[in-house]
Write a new protein. Structure first.
Length: 306
């Protein structure tokens, strides 16, 4: 089976962080989170790297990220554009933001011919997550009637920020390790009483530290693109009254397929710690974590020296 492809969703600008997070160095020699992601993916056996970006960040992205990666991998660039819509639909007046992560993946259809993983650009997932996913995708075959997909499942306590609340997809895992449901929770934060999240009625609810959550590390076969093409028009019709803001999210698309019974998703557990720059104050913490991993011999001092 051909090497899997890594799709890096790099079109977002972090409003809470205040800038193009993907272009901020966190390694000792100016390495970025994306550089570590690609490095881990190539070591794990991924082949092509597909960067999903917006045209308005293309110059910055290619200068700070793309040129380095191109020296070590087969790289393709795909653009997430508002007018990439099904026939019969138009961009509503005032719409500026992208259509969401599921639309971003759909935009990559022409650049992906193998089983593939999709990740966020500004998250550090850990080398073991890529090895686990590459191994699974290397054995995953399409079969008629039902999609066979995967998701790396993180322990909630390993994914929090010390500097504010986060959003996570809380997963229910059933027999055989398959995903039963995924529920997006916002305002998750540690407290002296433990990890908790805030409901819409402002009431805080506890969460078990060992809960399995999605960090948007997905594995798919190419058949998934056909499912997204089917679901996207339905999304646009369903949100006809609020298309200036509604977003077509990847977890929601996957959840729909699971509920329909047209796909099943194997949850691949990992003990890796997630690092991300959700807030400006997170950056020193991520830099220190990278230094520690280098001291442990898990990464070279200069990432691309070899």
């Amino acid at each position: 089976m051909p090497d899997p492809t890594l799709v890096v969703l790099a079109g977002g600008i972090g409003s809470r962080y205040g800038g193009l997070k993907q272009a901020d160095p966190i390694g000792p020699n100016g390495e970025l989170i994306i550089h570590y992601s690609v490095y881990d993916a190539l070591r794990a056996g991924f082949g092509r790297i597909v960067f999903l970006i917006r045209r308005d960040i293309e110059d910055t992205f290619r200068e700070r990220i793309g040129r380095t990666v191109e020296q070590h991998a087969d790289v393709r660039y795909v653009y997430q554009e508002l007018d990439k819509l099904p026939a019969g639909f138009a961009v509503p007046a005032g719409r500026c933001k992208p259509w969401g992560t599921a639309h971003a993946v759909l935009c990559c259809r022409e650049a992906v011919q193998t089983n593939f993983a999709a990740i966020n650009a500004d998250d550090f997932y850990g080398a073991a997550a890529y090895r686990t996913l590459a191994d699974y995708l290397g054995r995953l075959e399409e079969r008629a009637g039902i999609g066979e997909y995967a998701m790396v499942g993180y322990v909630l306590a390993n994914t929090l920020s010390e500097h504010g609340h986060v959003s996570r997809g809380l997963c229910q895992v059933g027999p055989g390790g398959y995903l039963q449901s995924i529920r997006e929770l916002t305002h998750i934060a540690p407290s002296p009483a433990g990890i908790r999240y805030q409901e819409t009625d402002r009431i805080w609810q506890p969460l078990a530290p060992d809960s399995i959550v999605s960090m948007n590390v997905w594995g798919f076969t190419p058949a998934f693109f056909g499912e997204l093409e089917r679901l996207f028009p339905a999304f646009l019709k369903r949100h006809a009254a609020d298309l200036s803001k509604a977003e077509f999210y990847l977890p929601e698309a996957v959840g729909t397929l699971v509920r329909e019974g047209t796909a099943r998703v194997r949850v691949l557990p990992t003990e890796e710690r997630w690092f991300g720059v959700t807030y400006q104050a997170d950056r020193p913490h991520v830099q220190e974590a990278i230094r520690q991993l280098i001291a442990e011999g898990k990464y070279p001092q200069r990432l691309w020296a070899d």
